[in-house]
Design a protein around this ligand. Structure first.
Ligand code: PLP
Length: 239
């Protein structure tokens, strides 16, 4: 085993232990939570190692980096999640490799994703990204739609050809009423998920929690955690 593989395996083991402990503490089965490893800024060779170690879900936030990486790794049994703010001119590229886009935050993006998915003859999973720091309309500082826009956007996705409404995603806000209160933020997202599922029962994914706050996300009821630095190392620059 190479040094890098041993390092990633050790980190993955620690993250796995954290998820298992958080599930046990919350009285949840381990299978209720899926680990998505965020590979942004790390090379395709790391993605290959992750796949060898049994990871099946990876995420990226910039199409410029993700597209070549996904192409290099197209032989691997991976589902690619797109989790970054997405411009409509990048949609065609993203749809060519991503199985899910977790950052759906405006009607114009739904229209573009739908057109691209139909053209590519693919079904694309979509999560609505919720900005918990934008309760009064507008967009959140870290992307996402205000909570009062979830219903409309979900309806658009559910009715759009080529798209499948899978659930909700959030990034813990740095400002506003939920700053520093990750668990409360994630609980709020789960409340919105319950409301969403009343109209769209299959949209049961709740994507929340990162390296620093995955325990709070599991405690609140997240079904997917997105973990980058705890598995691959601290990124040289925040972006
Ligand atoms: C980078 C990123 C993550 C992972 O963050 P870490 O702190 O490295 O675990 C999760 N979600 C999104 C949307 C990201 O951009």
């Amino acid at each position: 085993m190479t040094d890098r593989k041993a390092e990633i395996a050790a980190n993955l083991g620690k993250v796995e232990e954290r998820i298992a402990a958080a599930c046990a503490a919350a009285g949840r089965a381990r299978e209720e939570v899926t680990l998505i490893v965020v590979t942004k800024t790390y090379p395709a060779s790391d993605v290959r190692i992750l796949a060898e170690l049994g990871v099946r879900h990876v995420a990226e936030n910039r199409d410029q980096d993700a597209a070549p990486k996904a192409a290099e790794c197209s032989d691997l049994p991976l589902t690619w999640h797109f989790v970054g703010q997405l411009q409509t001119n990048k949609v065609r590229s993203v749809v060519s490799y991503a199985g899910l886009v977790q950052s759906v935050d405006r009607p114009k993006l739904v229209t573009a994703l739908s057109a691209a998915a139909v053209k590519a003859e693919r079904e694309l999973g979509c999560l609505i990204q919720v900005a918990l720091d934008a309760e009064e309309g507008g967009r959140g500082e870290r992307g996402g739609v205000a909570p009062d826009g979830i219903e409309e956007l979900a309806g658009l996705v559910a009715n759009a050809p080529g798209l499948r409404l899978d659930g909700l995603m959030t990034v813990a806000p740095l400002a506003g009423p939920y700053a520093g209160r990750q668990q409360a933020a994630f609980q709020r997202l789960v409340e919105f998920s319950t409301l969403l599922r009343a109209a769209h029962p299959a949209a049961n994914m709740v994507s929340a929690g990162m390296s620093a706050d995955l325990e709070e996300a599991v405690a609140a009821g997240a079904t997917h955690v997105r973990v980058g630095s705890a598995v691959l190392g601290v990124r040289p620059r925040l972006r």
